[in-house]
Write a protein of this length. Structure first.
Length: 452
């Protein structure tokens, strides 16, 4: 499936699964080479595409010889028009072909860090993920869901739970903060999902919008770390509408939940947490040795439950490593506080080792975000002959704000000590983002290697 946020695309996904086909979404902003790799790797023989946005890409996929069949969601120069074909079909019930242990979909992850891996989920795992999201997330009483992130990713996984709860969904292809506010008013939206960078844009747009967004009760956020200071700003300006959580392609979107009632700015550290495991999910934080970490001790987050993937498609070694000892090893590092709330500090691969000490970029970023002049920030490790890795910070300032490198360095040194203090601060007008709005640290590292 290669589509924008069309209702027909969502229905094709469900129909394909019902008929026993394996569903695989192609990233809506992925490269041709990535798409061709996935077609080969997942052994795809039918591509359904959105001709409004992907007619040219679909033609290239067809010309490649990698796929036997193309169906378009409307008139197009390539493939057959699936919507026209539906007019000659009757509406008799379809027989449910697959069993609960059959593969429902293969979902690719890891494209920003290396060769994408296909995450295999059975029908039972998909069903359980939907039930968890419908029953355990902090939904409003009346559900009108606005989906403005790609339905191939987290936003799309909220549609079925919203419908299960007798709700409805409004789909738009992309996020624009002013359009978002107008849509909330027009459709009386009660719930949505946004990644942190979209929330930052939304907060910046509030000053110039007169839209009535009083219907908006819940903004689910996730997929990337959220700035504590900007979350605090959001609560101050919009009220207690934010609900956090944690998910992963390998195990679904609703593994941990931080409902609105628990997101209390008055509780120290609470705004930085991801919440607690939902019903049916078991969580451990473990040391390198595999022993369970103490309260407050950083270790790797491990999860267990019926929503965990069956494995990686055609990658037995990667599967064995990720699912060793009967747990899903997430590669996310964090700690559990005395109340059972999990706080993530970073991906294991993002951790910086400087002078023999572990530096977690998210902790440095939190300190940077305390500066009123800072709009966005990111921290990476850069190879260094003396330190092994040196901490480098990238900072985007608010409009008209001024801040020197020395002021930034002094602030972090005072808040976090010398080990965490950046050796260099790079001021930029914007930070690179992945196609779904996550901060792209791979691009930052590449820019540093090129001297940009």
């Amino acid at each position: 499936m290669l589509s924008g946020n069309l209702p027909q695309a969502f229905l094709v996904q469900l129909a394909g699964m019902l008929l026993g086909a394996r569903y695989t979404p192609l990233h809506p902003l992925g490269s041709l080479s990535d798409h061709l790799f996935i077609l080969d790797d997942a052994e795809i023989d039918l591509v359904v595409f959105d001709p409004r946005m992907y007619a040219e890409r679909a033609h290239a996929l067809g010309e490649s010889g990698r796929v036997r069949n193309l169906l378009s969601l409307g008139p197009a120069d390539s493939g057959d028009d699936l919507l026209a074909l539906t007019g000659v079909e009757d509406d008799s019930p379809l027989d449910v072909v697959p069993s609960s242990s059959d593969i429902a979909g293969i979902f690719y992850t890891g494209g920003t860090t290396g060769v994408p891996k296909g995450v295999v989920h059975t029908h039972a795992e998909v069903w359980y993920t939907n039930m968890l999201a419908a029953s355990q997330l902090d939904w409003p009483t009346e559900n009108t869901l606005l989906v403005c992130t790609p339905i191939s990713h987290a936003g799309g996984w909220l549609i079925t739970p919203a419908l299960i709860r007798n709700g409805s969904a409004v789909l738009v292809d992309r996020f624009d903060p002013h359009e978002f506010l107008n849509l909330v008013e027009a459709f009386r939206i009660t719930a949505t999902f946004l990644v942190p960078t979209q929330i930052y844009g939304l907060l910046d747009a509030l000053d110039t919008s007169r839209a009535d967004i009083s219907s908006l009760e819940v903004i689910f956020y996730g997929a990337a770390p959220m700035s504590v200071e900007r979350l605090r700003e959001g609560i101050d300006r919009l009220g207690p509408v934010f609900a956090g959580g944690y998910g992963q392609t390998e195990a679904g979107i609703s593994l941990l939940s931080l409902p609105r009632r628990d997101l209390d700015p008055a509780v120290p550290g609470r705004l930085a947490t991801c919440g607690k495991p939902v019903a049916g999910v078991v969580m451990r934080v473990v040391r390198e040795s595999g022993a369970e970490a103490d309260v407050g001790e950083v270790g790797e987050l491990c999860l267990r439950g019926p929503m965990v993937m069956s494995g990686y498609w055609k990658r037995d070694e990667a599967t064995a490593y990720a699912l060793r000892d009967g747990w899903l090893h997430t590669d996310d590092m964090g700690f559990v506080d005395e109340h059972g709330f999990l706080t993530l500090v970073d991906r294991r691969k993002d951790m910086i080792i400087s002078g023999g000490f572990n530096v977690y970029p998210s902790e440095v970023e939190a300190a940077l975000a305390e500066l009123a002049e800072v709009k966005e920030c990111a921290v990476i490790g850069v190879p260094d002959d003396h330190w092994g890795e040196a901490v480098h910070a990238f900072v985007v300032l608010r409009d008209t704000a001024e801040l020197s490198e020395a002021e930034v360095i002094d602030h972090v040194r005072e808040r976090k000590g010398p080990v965490n203090t950046p050796k260099r601060v790079h001021f930029r007008t914007a930070l690179p983002l992945t196609p779904i709005g996550k901060l792209d640290k791979k691009a930052l590292r590449a820019a540093r290697q090129e001297g940009a």
